[in-house]
Design a protein around this ligand. Sequence first.
Ligand code: MN
Ligand code: MN
Length: 478
Amino acid sequence: MEDKKTEGQKLQERLSYNSINIWNKISGDERKKLDDFCNGYKLFLDRAKTEREYVAEARKEAEKYGFVSFDELVKKDEKLSPGTKVYKIIRNKAMILSVIGKRPIEEGVNIIGGHIDAPRIDLKQNPLYEDSEMGLMKTHYYGGIKKYQWVAIPLALHGVVIKADGTVVNICIGEDDNDPVFTISDLLPHLAKDQMDKKMSEGITGEGLNLLFGSEPYNDEKASNKVKLNILNILNQKYGIVEEDFYTAELEIVPAFKARDIGIDRSMIGAYGQDDRVCSYPAMKAIFELKDIERTAVCLLTDKEEIGSMGNTGAESRLFEDFLAALCAIGNDKYNDIVLRKCLNNSMMLSADVNPAFDPNYESVYDKRNASYFGKGIVIEKYTGARGKAGGSDANPEFIAKVRKIFNENSIAWHVAELGKVDQGGGGTIAQYIANLGAEVLDCGVSILSMHAPYEVTSKADVYTFYNGCKVFYEKMQ
Ligand code: MN
Ligand code: MN
């Protein structure tokens, strides 16, 4: 056929950047693979709503793929051979997976790191009380939530109670269809004049987020606080716990909804906790399936990102450095600190976290030209931070170019974005903590609507593309 393109059109094709919509490129077999992957993701979301559940589920899956406990291998001090798959669990709330490559460890590793905690509402240490013959639980929210989104919805209680003798009791109430659920009450509109006149940030207060837990009194005229007593009795019969056990518990309230398809075309996923499971799950699945790789691959799954990555399960701690040191040292009698330093400085990382998808309902807070969109694939963010990039991590363009090259060569769709308008707000990820150790780090991830809400939305095309991108990064990044 005769080429009817004008000079200008040809020039445009050669010089201008054209973004794509992945859906236009997916058909047949590929669509089936996409759906299968997303169905697995949805099931995982339902089973792993907290960091502890994530670690427990991930461990089960990892073992199916032949991963073994790194701590066990360290005890034997065996030299690891290419293809060995290991996992390390840090205090049941963070996890590192690794597949050993053929290249020497001091040449660096390829890391994809995300977080497995999510915004939620925690029970206070002394939670249970009775007021007006209702049993309630005091709470303290975790991470950046809009409090008004968490009232008048079904909630589930997850976590652990450590009894005086050290016994661990796992709690999960509200996920089985036969379970009861809980809720935080909201004010009826008829009496909400004063509330509705308040600023949104003040309409619901932190101290007002009290979980409705029961209302039936214990049947004994002489006992006091009978609703509370009845609740304690039920908990004691079911879990063998007493009130003081709450003081040594970690109990988290999360939405009781299940992950569902969104849209008449089923092109999206709605679920709680997709920040950052939508990145950490694909990164984990990608490392599960690796074989015959050049550089050692590491998947870093951290806790406490939503409150600043502090503590001994967060990315700001030395958990990653400690793991890498042990990886450099195992079966190597010539180990010294410089091996670890070389490894860190030669390492490359994708810091995998979500980016707010452009939302036509809230156009004014985005720079349309530097926003992420559903269906356009992996979001690359050169830098994070707020108001003048403060507190952010800023990737080196030499490194971004390497990522760009392998994504383009392997048909991985990607686009660039930052977190909203310059002076509107901002945020950060775990990138800076690993960059501080000397590695090259680039923020990238998946576009998300309603970030930090009880029900977050992602595009299936993006979830699947991110998974493919993770595989490419692990396999091809040199
Ligand atoms: Mn996140
Ligand atoms: Mn977040």
